[in-house]
Each structure stands twice: as structure tokens, then as C-alpha cells.
Design a protein around this ligand. Structure first.
Ligand code: F0G
Length: 458
């Protein structure tokens, strides 16, 4: 069958509206040309993120009523803990209010000034948390990750040779842990193969460096392994996830993605000493270890979401939707990261707008054009998010200038995606007239969230 059929029907609706082009233009100007500063009500289709924006199932909504809001030892925690233990195989599980809280705990307890932390590619909050405590996050994506047109099946893989060189250069003592992010969000949502995870773990074992998995999108990664890695085609997504986690010493997760929940995260590990450090840090920042900054009902929703996300029909539909958008973008001629990733379509803004230099932020230009044209909110993942800059005003562009259209889970229907394709086509026809942007204000960290822009030459 050609048609992608959502494996659910809709029981409750949420209105969305389209404001006029003039109003969109005015809203964008008032938001300093930064779509993060727009009101959500002014966004017709919101593809800013797939994080915490999903729709819960009837089972999740029903489970909210079972939430045990006891401060300590709640039944909801027990249910949450048991599901996380089953999937990850970890002995210790600590809930956090979202992924970056887990990152903050890991950084505060295990990273000293000058430490090196390798990853396939650090997500921006991970990088910021590590830098905040004086760590030096380094990215070692596989060579093919930079070639956006290469159809390699596992472009999220870590470059083993680069990791080896890093260990030789800095010494294992300077590396408190190594990370792998599945899927590699900052690198285009690309998956990491089981073979790569295994090989990284084997290399780290030789020098006693623990492996930390950033597992926000573990089920999407498992789906890619099932579809693309020989030997896994007949395994269940759960079995693939379990094997993936068997190579990890610590798992960090934002449950706002593959937890199918609107809030939540966790940090899980096998090492009793690390667990004590994590727990003490958690109590200071997040709350008692059996709720960790969440309500009991949130733990219930996550416990169910973590199981639903491993359903084959759900992952087949999700991947089908994203491939559908990608196929139509390709027909229009829009250069996208190949092969399409697990949670989003990534557009190559550099190739789309070659007349806009990297430090005039072609990604911001494309994002803003999509908003003005059709009320679509996307996000820049280029020099604004990942570039390096210092107080003296020196700025180094990121290696890639991408625009991400992240697809919220179980939220939009096929006609929303057809509309998106139409808007993209219109923007594409006008691309030569789009202009670059300059930053008028930027905070020290995570400037994409609150930076203020001005169009150049207007
Ligand atoms: N790691 C990865 C790979 C992520 O994509 C994110 C969040 C986090 C960690 C942090 O989790 O938001 O729960 O604190 N990514 C969102 C996104 C924000 O839009 O991709 P969080």
C-alpha cells in the first residue's frame, strides 16, 4: 500500500489557526526574527521540536489517574523503574524532570575542569552542561556524516580512529567517560549501528573508560538497526534496544522524545558508587529520588510511553511519514540530509541558499521564510546553534548549516504534511530573494534560544 495510515484514530482535537501573512511578518519582527520567541498560537504547524510535543495515547491519559503523588516510595516510581530496568538492563534508575537535568547531574558529579568528553556529536544542552563545569566536549562523527548526500545507512556512527587518537593524545585519565548519542540529533538525526556501539565499547573497555548513551531516540535507532543492519531484521525493537543498552555503563534519556511523554527524563547506571553521587546531586536539584522533579502521574505516562514506542506499527508509521515528506522535498529539488533521519527532515541550508554566507546564517533565513510563507515553525541547526564564538567577537561557523523540521509524535495528519510540502515549494521558488541575518544580541550559552536577529540590508 502506498498510503501511510496513522495507527490510531483521534478522540480529542486541539484547534490550530492560521494568522495572515501580514500578522506573521509582524509577529516575527516582534520576536526579533527568532522563531523561539514567537507565540505558539501564531504557528500554524509547529515543527520546532519533537521534544515533549507528542500526543499521549488513551492508555497514558488513563494512567495519569493512577499517579501516586507520595513524596517517597510511590507506586508510580516502582512502575516507572521496572519498565526502565527492563528496557535498559540498568540496576539503578533515577528520574529527572527532563534530559538536560540528567546531563547536569552527570557533568556535576563526574567531570572536572579540563576533562575531555568525546561523543559522536554532542547535543547543544549536553555540550553546555559539560562546558559549564570546565569540561571539553569533542565531536567525532564518522567521516560520511559531513557528506550530506551520502546514503550510508549509519551516518550517526562514531569515528573509531578519531576516538583512538583522542585517547592517545589526552590519555584515558583525562576522559571520565565517552558518550554516544542515539540517534545523532545534531548530525541530522542519523542512526548509530549496533556494530559501532559494540566497537566503541570494546575500545573503551581496553582503557577503562565508561560508555554513556544519550538515548532520547533509542527506539527510532532500534528501528533503523532492524531495517538496515544484517542480523537484526527478525529481532523485536525491544530486543534490539536491550542489546544496545547492554553496552552502556550509564544511560541518559529525555523521555520527551521516545518516552512519548510531555515531560521527564532519567539517568540510569550499573555502578553503585556513581549511583550514590547521582542520587545526592539529584536530591539537591530535582527532588527525592523516587520522583526526581516529576509528578507521580508523569512517571506513569512515561512507563507506558516507553513500551508503546517500541511497537513496530508505530515506528513503521513514524518512519513512513518522515520518508514521505523527504521524498516530496526531493521532488521539489530541496537538498536534504540523506538518508532521511528518524525524527525530522533536515534541509541543507548552505546548499539551498548559496548566496548567503555561513555567518549571515542561511538556516535562520530559511526558517524565517517558512514561517512567513505558511506559518511553519522549523529550527536552525547551523552556526547559530553549533558555531563557536567568544567574547571578543570571533566566530567560527559550524561545519553544517541545517534546518530541522522535527515531527511531533502522533500529532499531525497526512494533510498537514501535504500542506507543509506546498509551503516548502513556495519558499523554494523565492529562495534567490532571501537575505541573511545578523545577531544583535546573544547570551553566553545556548544563544539560539534567546538571540535577537536583524535582516541584513533591510
Ligand atoms: N540529548 C539530545 C540528543 C536531545 O535531542 C535533547 C533535546 C537533549 C539531550 C536534552 O533533553 O530537552 O529533555 O532537556 N532535544 C530537543 C530537540 C530540545 O529539540 O532536539 P531535554
Amino acid at each position: 500500500m502506498r498510503t501511510i495510515v496513522e495507527p490510531f484514530r483521534i478522540k480529542m482535537t486541539e484547534p490550530i489557526r492560521m494568522i495572515s501573512r501580514e500578522d506573521r511578518q509582524a509577529a516575527l519582527e516582534a520576536a526579533h526574527y527568532n522563531v523561539f520567541l514567537l507565540d505558539a498560537a501564531d504557528c500554524h504547524i509547529d515543527l520546532l521540536t519533537d521534544s515533549g510535543t507528542g500526543a499521549m495515547s488513551q492508555q497514558q491519559w488513563a494512567a495519569l489517574l493512577l499517579g501516586d503523588e507520595s513524596y517517597a516510595g510511590s507506586a508510580s516510581f516502582k512502575r516507572f523503574e521496572s519498565v526502565v530496568k527492563d528496557i535498559t538492563g540498568m540496576n539503578y534508575v533515577l528520574p529527572t524532570h527532563q534530559g538536560r537535568a540528567a546531563e547536569g547531574i552527570l557533568a556535576a558529579t563526574r567531570v572536572s575542569k579540563g576533562d575531555i568528553i568525546p561523543n559522536n556529536t554532542h547535543f547543544d544542552t549536553t555540550r553546555a552542561n559539560l562546558q559549564f563545569v570546565g569540561g571539553k566536549p569533542l565531536d567525532f562523527p564518522s567521516g560520511c556524516a559531513q557528506d550530506l548526500t551520502s546514503n550510508e545507512p549509519f551516518k550517526g556512527n562514531m569515528d573509531l580512529q578519531a576516538l583512538k587518537n583522542c585517547i592517545t593524545e589526552y590519555g584515558a585519565d583525562k576522559i571520565p567517560f565517552c558518550m554516544i548519542t542515539i540517534t545523532n540529533n545534531a548530525g541530522g538525526g542519523q542512526p548509530v549501528s549496533m556494530a559501532n556501539i559494540k566497537a566503541v565499547k570494546a575500545l573503551l573497555d581496553e582503557v577503562d573508560i565508561p560508555l554513556v548513551l544519550d538515548a532520547c531516540r533509542f527506539s527510532e535507532n532500534s528501528f533503523f538497526i532492524k531495517k538496515r543492519e544484517p542480523g537484526y531484521e527478525d529481532k523485536s525493537l525491544l530486543a534490539i534496544a536491550q542489546e544496545t543498552f547492554s553496552y552502556a555503563d550509564v544511560v541518559l534519556m529525555s523521555c520527551k522524545k521516545d518516552g512519548l511523554a510531555n515531560i521527564g527524563g532519567f539517568i540510569a547506571c550499573n555502578n553503585a558508587t556513581w549511583e550514590v553521587d547521582f542520587r545526592n546531586s539529584l536530591i539537591m536539584r530535582e527532588g527525592f529520588p523516587t520522583y526526581g522533579g516529576l509528578a507521580g502521574r508523569d512517571l506513569e505516562a512515561i512507563a507506558i510511553g516507553l513500551k508503546e514506542v517500541l511497537d513496530d506499527d508505530y515506528q513503521t508509521y513514524r518512519h513512513g511519514v518522515i520518508s514521505y515528506i523527504a521524498k516530496h522535498f526531493e521532488e521539489i529539488g530541496v537538498p536534504i540530509v540523506q538518508p532521511v533521519g528518524g525524527h525530522a527532515v533536515f534541509i541543507d541550508a548552505k546548499a539551498s541558499l548559496p548566496h548567503i554566507p555561513a555567518l549571515a546564517y542561511p538556516g535562520i533565513s530559511l526558517v524565517n521564510a517558512l514561517y512567513v510563507e505558511g506559518g511553519i515553525r522549523a529550527v536552525e541547526m547551523g552556526s547559530v546553534m553549533f558555531g563557536q564564538w567568544d567574547a571578543a567577537g570571533h566566530e567560527t561557523p559550524a561545519s553544517l548549516e541545517l534546518v530541522r523540521l522535527a515531527i511531533p509524535r502522533r500529532v499531525y495528519t497526512q494533510s498537514h504534511f501535504d500542506y507543509l510540502i506546498e509551503v516548502m515549494e513556495k519558499v523554494w521558488q523565492k529562495r534567490d530573494a532571501l537575505t541573511g541575518y545578523q545577531l544583535d544580541y546573544q547570551p553566553q550559552y545556548l544563544r539560539h534560544f534567546s538571540g535577537q536577529f536583524q535582516p541584513i540590508g533591510e
